[in-house]
Write a protein that binds this ligand. Structure first.
Ligand code: NIG
Ligand code: FE
Length: 417
């Protein structure tokens, strides 16, 4: 049995075998009156209505669904989230509004460390339920694939607990979920005066336990003033690489420590944030083939200057977009919101933003063979939008133009009518 979706206004990047930067980032395939055939949850054919109706409408086992001219795009891939957390931090948000800097709150034992205490106090069941609800919200906003980090455990027991929750969601939920180990998210208070000893613990005890558990595919570290240094990042990520994990970095989020340069040196999958990254290190990322994961909702929430997406794309660096959904610096599950910020505040075109939220994001996670575009052979993960083009995602602010969400050809959010 297969389904032919016809009369759709389709926009999709076409996978060229690598992430798209430079002028290619904004190249979308557009079928104003298009069709695509879904078989066994995958795209089996895509093209104009005329061509596909001619070749498939007579097949006995083909059901035809009329999309009624609505816009179809690939499902969003959110390549950077911390949405496994136990409690919100609303008081901290208000503190930031009255001038206390984000890193100052962390220094005083709040911020990430307050989320660590909440995760420790929560049962695994409670943590799962909180995480599941957020993933469900993300799904309604069109996210069909997402990455989730640990990093509110900071000891072996609680990091493994977070990773089990993420794994359970990946088995039982409606999305593809990729797990990242981020034990190096903050320095636990007991290591405050000796962060090198915590890095040694991460390398000698926690990484091997995470490897044995077999859930996390990636390893990440927060390189920042008052958190981890570039040298500590190099040590940890080199050890993670040696264990066969893919690596990435929270790089140059507040201060330019050179995280983007380290990502290039280590051939990381992505360098994330990059608000303060230097020209030189951005160019090094291009040569090394590292994707720039930009998180404009974080700049928005921290009231910081946005990452220089225009400079990056114009210098051939492929840019991906992510929510960074977390209880501190960026509390949103909405990729349409992120796309709106990318278009209006980072000056990406709607087409570039769509590529960033789909194909380039899939590359940042190493999943482009399966998701990120409506190419033949990939999963039939697609969205129906109430609008004439992907520009609606930025234009219709504060709401979601995503009316239907399909994962592997199944309707998973929105109504069938
Ligand atoms: O990407 N910077 C570090 N990690 C997150 C924030 C996590 C938190 O505040 O809970 C980020 O901004
Ligand atoms: Fe983050």
């Amino acid at each position: 049995m297969s389904t032919l979706y016809r009369n759709a206004n389709i926009y999709t990047p076409v996978d060229s075998g690598r992430p798209h930067g430079g002028t290619v980032q904004g190249d979308l395939q557009h079928y104003p009156q298009g069709s695509f055939l879904v078989k066994d949850g995958k795209i089996a054919a895509i093209g104009s209505d005329t061509d596909l109706l001619k070749s498939h409408s007579g097949d006995a086992d083909v059901e035809i669904v009329d999309i009624k001219g609505q816009c179809v795009i690939p499902g969003f891939v959110d390549p950077h989230t911390h949405l496994c957390f136990a409690a919100r931090r609303e008081e901290e948000f208000e503190l930031r509004l009255t001038g206390t800097p984000y890193l100052e709150i962390l220094k005083q034992g709040g911020g990430i460390l307050s989320s660590v205490r909440a995760v420790e106090a929560a049962s695994e069941e409670e943590l799962f339920e909180a995480t599941r609800l957020r993933a469900e919200t993300a799904l309604k906003f069109g996210t069909t694939t997402l990455e989730i980090k640990s990093g509110y455990g900071l000891d072996t027991e609680n990091e493994l607990k977070m990773l089990r929750v993420i794994d359970r969601l990946s088995r039982n939920g409606k999305q593809d979920v990729v797990a990242t180990f981020m034990g190096a998210h903050a320095i636990p208070p007991e290591y405050k005066n000796n962060p090198d000893a915590f890095i040694a613990l991460l390398i000698d005890k926690m990484l091997p336990a995470v490897k044995e558990q077999g859930i996390a595919e990636h390893c990440d570290i927060f390189c920042e003033e008052g958190v981890f240094s570039i040298e500590q990042g190099r040590k940890l990520l080199t050890a993670a690489s040696a264990l066969g994990m893919k690596v990435k970095i929270h790089a140059d989020e507040v201060n330019d420590l050179g995280g983007a340069g380290l990502a290039a040196e280590l051939n990381a999958c992505s360098a994330d944030h990059l608000l303060a990254a230097s020209d030189e290190n951005i160019r090094a990322m291009v040569s090394a083939g590292v994707v720039a994961n930009l998180l404009p909702a974080t700049a928005y929430s921290l009231r910081k200057p946005y990452a220089r997406a225009r400079f990056m794309i114009d210098n051939d660096l492929p840019v991906a977009l992510a929510t960074d959904c977390n209880p501190g610096s960026s509390y949103t599950e909405s990729m349409p919101f992120v796309i709106g910020l990318a278009v209006l505040n980072m000056h990406m075109s709607p087409a570039e933003a769509l590529c960033g939220a789909t194909l380039n994001a899939a590359y940042a996670l190493g999943l482009a063979d399966r998701v990120g575009s409506l190419d033949i052979g990939k999963q039939a993960d697609f969205l129906v939008l109430d609008g004439k083009s992907p520009a609606i995602l930025a234009y219709h602010a504060g709401v979601s133009p995503v009316v239907k969400v399909y994962k592997k050809g199944e309707l998973v959010a929105g109504s069938d009518s």
